[in-house]
Design a protein around this ligand. Structure first.
Ligand code: NI
Length: 265
């Protein structure tokens, strides 16, 4: 699979789960915008063969190298950022994993059961919407989300792009994240308000905002159907560092708030 096909396929999967993303992209295009991605994000558990080490191997096959690492203590997560060296026009990838040992025993036992069906290793094509888990019961899901909203999301949504992110620097008619927010609010999109609509300051060199995830219906293993958060859309504006180069990394405080876009409402 080449990188272009990979992105086309993960986008097609993502917009099925995230109809707002298709509508927002259409809204931007109707203004004459050519929508370019800043990054795409994926989530996983820290299980050998499915963890960040495996993600690093898979992404290397389509030209990506890791360039930074982050930890999110209160969310029991760590993450790695990947780019195609020397080509900032290729979207970056932000891959996070849940550190299972940091959760309580009940949550760990549920994750153990949910992931008992995992076989072999994660593959690149799994990232296009593979659900390899043993579905939780609604009660297990509720216990899991109390311990970790991230674990609840992953146990129901499986492997797919958690969000795409529009590169705001590349927009012609909207000059800032503030202007993007204004347009989205005019069109009644719900935005992530954790720490305010805007995540980051010019001093961080990265300013971001995101929508609240769409909701989809999910049948739990006990036959109960309930709505769960699916995926969301993000917007990122980058500033130049002291060398005049646009900052390409991520800012832990911003990312920490953006994870909350998939929290249950
Ligand atoms: Ni992001």
């Amino acid at each position: 699979m080449n990188r272009t096909d990979f992105f086309a396929e993960i986008w097609n999967q993502y917009i099925q789960m995230t109809p707002q993303a298709k509508r927002i992209q259409a809204l931007f295009r109707a203004r004459g915008e050519n929508v370019v991605n800043d990054h795409v994000a994926f989530r996983t558990f820290d299980i050998e063969g499915f963890d960040l080490d495996r993600a690093t191997e898979l992404l290397a096959a389509i030209g990506y190298e890791s360039f930074d690492h982050y930890t999110f203590l209160d969310k029991h997560l760590r993450a790695t950022a990947y780019c195609v060296s020397g080509d900032p026009s290729v979207p970056k990838i932000f891959f996070s994993e849940l550190i299972r040992s940091e959760l309580d025993a009940d949550a760990q036992a549920i994750i153990c059961e949910v992931t008992s069906s995992l076989k072999g290793e994660l593959t690149l094509s799994d990232l296009k919407g593979y659900y390899p888990f043993h579905k939780p019961t609604l009660k297990q899901y509720q216990t899991l989300v109390e311990a970790s909203e991230y674990a609840g999301w992953l146990s129901t949504m499986g492997y797919q792009a958690n969000h795409f992110t529009i590169n705001v620097n590349a927009l012609q008619t909207l000059g800032s994240v503030e202007e993007v927010i204004e347009l989205l609010l005019e069109h009644r999109y719900q935005l992530n308000e954790a720490g305010g609509h805007i995540k980051g300051t010019p001093a961080d060199l990265l300013i971001q905002a995101s929508t609240i995830a769409d909701q989809i219906s999910f049948e739990f293993s006990d036959g109960i159907v309930s709505s769960i958060p699916s995926c969301f859309y993000e917007f990122a504006y980058r500033l130049a560092d002291s060398n005049g180069e646009l900052f390409q990394g991520f800012v832990p405080n911003n990312a920490n708030a953006i994870f909350e876009s998939t929290y249950r409402r």
